[in-house]
Design a protein around this ligand. Structure first.
Ligand SMILES: [Zn+2]
Length: 366
């Protein structure tokens, strides 16, 4: 594995490119953000858009919201700084935690409309199981309906703007095509966020009507509705820790009781324990997990030296989510043997070897 010389991200991350000095695209982008991007101009661009849409429809803006730090921050900005009437939309995660429910409840108490969309849990479970077994993606249903539901809500409620949080491709290294584009379309959403997969191919026996939460509105519907879909991270330098402090201090957001499995942080991705499995599968497939992901963000923000990050990553990254294995087996309706066989299938044998029933890395991050 080649590791970025500035952060600790390996070149096994899908779509991540490195320059001739061994610096990854996310670090390259971080430098561009700090030196070249005219944030005032981008802020003005958003202000102008908001001025042109404000008050013309029932809702000015949809903010996908979970009760987490980032969506709390974005919803607050859209409402209190840009003066938009926001509809926050939540998609119920599988195995939703009480902590995120409480955080969402607190958040709404500050005055937001919210619609909670719960795609058919039976189909959702089937898709998640398919994703886990076939692709090593245990939350495939949740991740693949996130965009389709928001596009659908924008069409149905005639909302001119959807504002997501960060553009993961740009921020963490991936496709560079939206670095300088404030908005994206369905083609991009399908290609990047569902990797071109048609959700109807995930499960059999359900009509398009039953699958409607996972399907995008037609191009004609989207064109007629004429809304824009963008990421807040285009308009302001993205820093999740700043969002956490903001949500904690202004919305009473609570963090986890102790650090999250696989990392040293305690305030992110509190929606579902399946996130532990999601990042563990990422680790088995690509050699980087939740701790390494967090460390890269903290290195770029200047909160962590690369040296200290290396130490932390080798300590926590890829931690086996032992406590919740029975919860995962029950959710997927699998035996432990069947569950282990899925891990065996997806573990990258070039990077890992199995010892005492658990996949251990053959590499050290340095
Ligand atoms: Zn890097």
């Amino acid at each position: 594995m080649k590791i970025c010389t500035k952060c600790v991200m390996p070149d096994t991350r899908p779509r991540l490119k490195f320059d001739e000095n061994g610096v990854c695209a996310a670090c390259e982008w971080d430098k561009i953000k700090k030196t070249e991007i005219d944030w005032d101009a981008r802020h003005k661009e958003l202000e102008e858009l908001c001025d042109s849409i404000r008050g013309k429809q029932r809702y000015d803006c949809i903010v996908p919201a979970s009760g987490g730090k980032d969506s709390t921050y974005v919803a607050d900005k859209m409402k209190n700084e840009f003066g938009l009437n926001c509809l926050t939309v939540t998609i119920t995660p599988p195995l939703e935690t009480e902590l995120i429910q409480q955080n969402m409840k607190n958040f709404l108490e500050y005055g937001f409309d919210n619609i909670k969309v719960t795609p058919n849990p039976v189909i959702a479970r089937e898709i998640n199981k398919f994703g886990f077994v076939e692709q090593g993606r245990p939350m495939l249903s949740w991740t693949s309906c996130l965009n389709s539901v928001m596009f659908r809500m924008a069409v149905d409620f005639k909302v001119p703007l959807v504002m997501f949080g960060e553009d993961g491709e740009t921020e963490y290294g991936g496709s560079n095509e939206t670095r300088y584009l404030p908005y994206y379309d369905t083609d991009y959403a399908i290609r990047i966020y569902t990797e071109g997969n048609d959700p109807r191919s995930f499960v059999k026996g359900h009509s398009d009507q039953e699958m409607s939460m996972w399907l995008f509105p037609s191009k004609e519907e989207i064109k007629a509705a004429g809304f824009k879909v963008g990421h807040w991270s285009y308009f302001e330098d993205w820093d999740p820790y700043v969002h956490y402090e903001f949500a904690r201090d202004n919305y009473g957001m609570a963090k986890a009781d102790g650090r999250n499995t696989g990392t040293y942080t305690d305030f992110g991705q509190l929606d579902t324990p399946l996130y532990e499995l999601h990042t563990y599968m990422m680790y088995l497939k690509f050699g980087f997990g939740r701790g390494l992901q967090d460390a890269c963000i903290d290195i770029r923000a200047g909160r962590l030296t690369r040296e200290k990050a290396v130490e932390i990553v080798n300590k926590y990254d890829g931690e086996y989510p032992e406590k919740n294995i029975p919860v995962f087996c029950e959710y997927y309706q699998m035996t432990k043997e069947e569950f282990d066989a899925v891990l065996d299938k997806h573990a990258n044998k070039d990077l890992f070897e199995k010892k005492d029933g658990i996949w251990r890395p053959k590499f050290v991050i340095s």
